[in-house]
Write a protein that binds this ligand. Sequence first.
Ligand SMILES: Nc1ncnc2c1ncn2[C@@H]1O[C@H](COP(=O)(O)OP(=O)(O)OP(=O)(O)O)[C@@H](O)[C@H]1O
Length: 282
Amino acid sequence: MSTNPLEIAQPNQSRETVIELKDIQISFKLADGGRFDAVAESNLKVAENEFVAIVGPTGCGKSTLLNAVAGLLVPAGGAVEIGGQRLQGLNRKAGYLFQQDALMPWKTVLENVAIGLEIAGVPKAQAREQARGWLEKVGLGNFGDRYPHMLSGGQRKRVGLAQVLIRNPKYLLMDEPFGPLDAQTRVIMGDLLLDLWSQDKKAVIFVTHDLEEAIALADRVVIMSAGPRARIMAEYRIPLARPREISEIRLDNQFHHIHREIWGALKEEVLKGYRQTSGDRQ
Ligand SMILES: Nc1ncnc2c1ncn2[C@@H]1O[C@H](COP(=O)(O)OP(=O)(O)OP(=O)(O)O)[C@@H](O)[C@H]1O
């Protein structure tokens, strides 16, 4: 039994579970005919309106787990349930934001944001009107006529967010979305994300290797062990008040306390992960 008051022994059942991983196992076939067991039996429940961050050592299986929730890969065992239904095929209720943005270089920023609605059958003029609104919301109201190569990394991320949110997905799956950005821009993007999220609080799974980012953003931080056969090894609730301002919250004593508690559990796994990626399989 954990003595850490932040650690969750039983996930909170009071809100409806909207995403559930049930004893999920994920393996990859290797070119030599062998098999790599990336994720061992893992369980996770995400409640409606909840922001969950998944943290773990490099290469442990965070993206793999998220890909299973997105329906991009089929688990070898167990199941993913979305809104109580077993997921089969792509998770069409989710918006997915990757580390690499998915902007089309030959389309303007406005066209890139509007395209999801246009494909879904929304008349062009209406889709573009909504796209203009989303560009305002992400602070790029004057950038609609530019092409992606004319934007900074942070601006491209803003367009990516608008591109996903305009389709009003029920859930957000984010895989190190701010990974390539410099530290200051990451903070600004985190604040923008929290601001947009607070407006309708979609359930979010946010994958990151950055524990500080996870604590600053999430209601709950889930820790994965080092692979192979990685598993979800602990969950921590983050009792920091909202609304949060990331640059401020990182200076808060409570933030440091939470960071120390979780890092205590994560550190050994991170070291194991590094030993494994450097070839020292102990
Ligand atoms: N298609 C594949 N075939 C074989 N192994 C794979 C495949 N995809 C991922 N893996 C392996 O599965 C493990 C988990 O990979 P994954 O990308 O999910 O890790 P991660 O935790 O997201 O890593 P990082 O933090 O470095 O982005 C790694 O050891 C990786 O090499």
